[in-house]
Design a protein around this ligand. Structure first.
Ligand SMILES: [Cu+2]
Length: 170
């Protein structure tokens, strides 16, 4: 009788341990799957690190630095569109293009195509300006949903100072 009882208890203990470890493994497994899904569906984003919104900058050379997440920057030359990759368009005093079926080239203001995380605008005049950056596909169309950021800055200094300097040193 005691041997049978011990066997029963032993079986119960093993059974419980197996159930418990199975539950833990399952929970762990589903947690991993959730993380992987989150990574795969994480939205591409771009933020302007510098200058900050409302900043005063010095007229002349104004460098815009950005941070890009969940997006791979690739040279746009001749590549077909691919999910999660593309390049940047930097804008100066331009309305950010939003037409999903047209290259994101503004009708007014400056724009530059780039795969770099910073761009320096030259000869920025004194006064108020807006600086934008947008994530675009390899064919230059905007990412949909749109991904861009704009900061407004005030450039201080002599508006013609840089031009004069350039003329003197030329
Ligand atoms: Cu482009």
């Amino acid at each position: 009788m005691t041997r049978l009882l011990r066997l029963l208890i032993f079986t119960l203990v093993i059974g419980c341990a197996t159930l418990f470890s199975g539950a833990v493994a399952q929970e762990y497994g589903s947690g991993m799957a959730a993380n992987q899904t989150a990574n795969q569906t994480a939205e591409a984003n771009v933020t302007i690190v510098e200058p900050m919104e409302g900043a005063n900058v010095t007229a002349g050379n104004v460098t815009v630095s950005v941070n890009v997440t969940n997006f791979t920057l690739v040279e746009p030359t001749g590549q077909p569109n691919a999910a999660g990759e593309g390049h940047l368009h930097y804008y100066l005093d331009a309305p950010v293009p939003t037409n999903e079926s047209a290259p994101a080239i503004p009708e007014t203001g400056g724009y530059v195509i780039s795969t770099n995380l910073s761009y320096t605008w030259e000869n920025v005049t004194a006064g108020e300006h807006n600086l934008s950056v947008q994530l675009v596909n390899n064919d230059h169309t905007p990412l949909i949903p749109l991904v861009f950021e704009t900061v407004n800055v005030t450039a201080e200094g002599n508006a013609t100072g840089n031009g004069t300097m350039a003329n003197i040193t030329a």
